[in-house]
Design a protein around this ligand. Structure first.
Ligand SMILES: NC(=O)c1ccc[n+]([C@@H]2O[C@H](COP(=O)([O-])OP(=O)(O)OC[C@H]3O[C@@H](n4cnc5c(N)ncnc54)[C@H](O)[C@@H]3O)[C@@H](O)[C@H]2O)c1
Length: 340
C-alpha cells in the first residue's frame, strides 16, 4: 500500500481541517468517504470536497471496502464507540482529542486497537508544531539543565459547540480546550501526573448557569508530576481576543518560551500614532502546519508499520488528568492521580 484511503467521521469544525489536508495537501492520502449523522452537513461536504461516498450510518460505511483508516472528529462522547467499531473492522484510527470522556473508554479504545493490530493516534497536534518540538529537544539534550516549572496558557476564541456545555457529558472546557495543555505539560515534564488542584469560575457565559450549573469558562490548575516538576494551566473560553496558546518552561539553567498572541507579521500605524496588530483568530491558523504534520506522521506510521508519535496511552493520560481536574473543582480539594 502506498496511499492511505481515509474516511472522515464527523465533518464539523475540526473535521474540515483534516478533510482538506487529506484530500488536498498530502500526496499519499485520499479522502474516499465521509460519515456524519447530519444529512445536510454531508451533502454540503460532498459538494465542497468532491467525495463520492457519504453515509449517515458508520456500519454501512464499514461494510464496503472504501477506506483503510478513519479520522474521528465527532463530539467527544461518541469517540469511544466509533473507535472501537472501526478498530474491530481493522481500520486504523486517528482520533481527535480529547480521546474520550471516561478513562475506561480510553482504555477500551487502546485494548481494541492493540487486539486488532491497528494504529491509534490521538490529535495532540502541538507535538508537531516546530516551536514545541524545538522546546522538547532542548529539554532532552540537557543544555538548560532540568525542568522545574511549566506554565501553560490555553485560551480559546469562541464558545465551543453546545455538546461541550455539560461538564458531566464532555468534561467541559478543561477537556475541550485544555486537553492540549494537559498533554503538552506532561510531555515536557517527562513524567506522569501526580496531583492536581483547580479553581474554576463561570464569569463570561453566565446565561448558561441555569441549564448547566457546573459550567465554567475560566480555570487555573496547579499541577505536580511524579518526578517533582510543578506547573500551572490557565484556561479561558471564550477569550474573545483570539486563540492564545503560550507555554513557559523554567529550567534550572534558563527559560524556554513558546508561542505568542500576535498572529500576523505586520501591523498598521494610523495618523494618531496608534499601532494595530492582529492576534491569532483561531486554532486553525495558529496550528495550521501542525495539523498537516500530525496527519503525515500518522500516515507514515501506518504505511511503515511504526508506533504512532502520539499514542493511545498519551490520550488516556490526558483524560485521567482532566477527569481529576474536574473532580478537584467539584470537591474543592487537590486530587491524587495514580495510573490506571
Ligand atoms: N485538535 C484540535 O485543535 C481540535 C479543535 C477543535 C475540535 N477538536 C475536537 O474535535 C472533535 C469535534 O469537534 P468540532 O468542534 O469539530 O465539533 P462539531 O460539533 O463542529 O462537529 C461534529 C460533527 O460530528 C457530527 N456527529 C455528531 N455525532 C456523530 C456521530 N455519532 N457519528 C457521526 N457524526 C456525528 C455532527 O453532525 C458534526 O458535523 C471534538 O472531540 C473536539 O474536541 C479538536
Amino acid at each position: 500500500m502506498d496511499t492511505l484511503r481515509f474516511c472522515l467521521v464527523g465533518a464539523g469544525r475540526a473535521g474540515m481541517v483534516h478533510a482538506v489536508n487529506v484530500s488536498r495537501n498530502i500526496k499519499n492520502a485520499q479522502l474516499t468517504a465521509i460519515v456524519d449523522s447530519n444529512r445536510e452537513v454531508l451533502e454540503d461536504r460532498r459538494r465542497e470536497l468532491g467525495v463520492e461516498h457519504i453515509f449517515t450510518d458508520l456500519k454501512e460505511a464499514l461494510s464496503r471496502d472504501l477506506f483503510d483508516a478513519v479520522i474521528i472528529v465527532t463530539p467527544t462522547f461518541a469517540h469511544k464507540d466509533i473507535a472501537v467499531q472501526c478498530a474491530r473492522a481493522k481500520k486504523h484510527v486517528f482520533c481527535e482529542k480529547p480521546m474520550a470522556v471516561h478513562v475506561d473508554d480510553a482504555r477500551e479504545m487502546i485494548d481494541t486497537a492493540e487486539a486488532r493490530g491497528v494504529k491509534l493516534q490521538i490529535g495532540f497536534m502541538r507535538r508537531f508544531d516546530q516551536s514545541f518540538i524545538h522546546a522538547k529537544r532542548i529539554i532532552e539534550n540537557g543544555e538548560m539543565g532540568e525542568v522545574m516549572i511549566i506554565k501553560s496558557v490555553g485560551r480559546g476564541p469562541g464558545l465551543p459547540p453546545p455538546w461541550t456545555y455539560s461538564v458531566a457529558d464532555s468534561n467541559g472546557m478543561l477537556g475541550e480546550v485544555n486537553s492540549h495543555d494537559f498533554d503538552s505539560t506532561r510531555w515536557f515534564a517527562g513524567s506522569e501526573y501526580k496531583r492536581i488542584y483547580v479553581e474554576a469560575i463561570n464569569r463570561k457565559v453566565q446565561k448558561l448557569k441555569k441549564d448547566y450549573p457546573d459550567f465554567y469558562d475560566n480555570a487555573v490548575c496547579t499541577l505536580r508530576f511524579e518526578n517533582g516538576v510543578i506547573g500551572t494551566i490557565d484556561g479561558t473560553c471564550p477569550a474573545d481576543y483570539g486563540y492564545d496558546g503560550r507555554t513557559e518552561i523554567l529550567m534550572t539553567k534558563g527559560l524556554i518560551s513558546i508561542g505568542e498572541t500576535r498572529g500576523e507579521a505586520f501591523f498598521t500605524c494610523n495618523t494618531d500614532g496608534v499601532i494595530k496588530e492582529s492576534a491569532f483568530k483561531s486554532w486553525r491558523n495558529r496550528f495550521r502546519d501542525a495539523y498537516l504534520e500530525e496527519m503525515k506522521s500518522f500516515i507514515t506510521s501506518v504505511l511503515e508499520d511504526k508506533t504512532t508519535l502520539v499514542t493511545g496511552e498519551d490520550g488516556l493520560a490526558a483524560v485521567e488528568a482532566v477527569v481529576a481536574a474536574n473532580e478537584s473543582i467539584r470537591k474543592g480539594v487537590p486530587v491524587e492521580i495514580s495510573r490506571a
